[in-house]
Design a protein. Structure first.
Length: 184
């Protein structure tokens, strides 16, 4: 497990090849997400899977929403919004359903959703599927693209695709010993 964790990398849409990802592969990745830790078993993660023509519609929506509502418009960024969903074999919108009774702090719901995404990322990596979690500021406008439940919000997009490139070896800026204090 530690080797899988240490070798996992962000693999970006520009690196994906044209190989499809099957529904069964996506379901396996989502099943891994469903086993993330969750306080009071609220299981706040929600996913919206986009493939095929839906990816093109997402790309157009992201680009036009960015053009209309984004700050400091950049043609380069606009073009990435138009291209990245189309380059992926699959895009999964990562959403979080807030506990309507607010029985636990919101940050715990976000953390649980992030742990679900980490499980997805590790499972995808083990299956030789590249992934990247992008969280653009325009996520807050996703209720204009798909229906969302009350208190549900989009936290980003999980782009996935198969790849041929050799992934770089990972590094860290400091050791775990430098980040740990032992108290006895």
């Amino acid at each position: 497990m530690l080797e899988i964790i240490k070798s996992r990398r962000a693999v970006f849409p520009i690196q994906y090849n044209d190989s499809p990802i099957s529904k069964e592969e996506i379901e396996t990745i989502l099943e891994a997400a469903n086993w993330a830790p969750t306080h009071r078993r609220t299981e706040p993660w929600r996913f919206k899977v986009l493939q095929g023509e839906a990816q093109g519609r997402l790309a157009d929506f992201l680009a036009e929403t960015y053009k209309e509502k984004g700050k400091n418009f950049s043609e380069h960024k606009y073009n990435k919004y138009k291209a990245n969903p189309r380059k992926a074999a699959c895009v999964i919108a990562i959403c979080m359903q807030r506990d309507l009774n607010e029985t636990i702090p919101e940050w715990e719901e976000i953390a649980a959703t992030a742990m679900a995404v980490q499980n997805m990322w590790l499972q995808a990596h083990e299956m030789k599927i590249g992934a990247y979690w992008g969280s653009p500021g325009i996520c807050k406008y996703m209720d204009g693209f798909f229906e969302m439940e009350k208190r549900e919000r989009c936290l980003g997009f999980f782009y996935m695709g198969k790849y041929d490139v050799e992934l770089e070896k990972g590094t860290r800026n400091s050791t775990i010993k430098e980040k740990t204090t032992w108290i006895e």
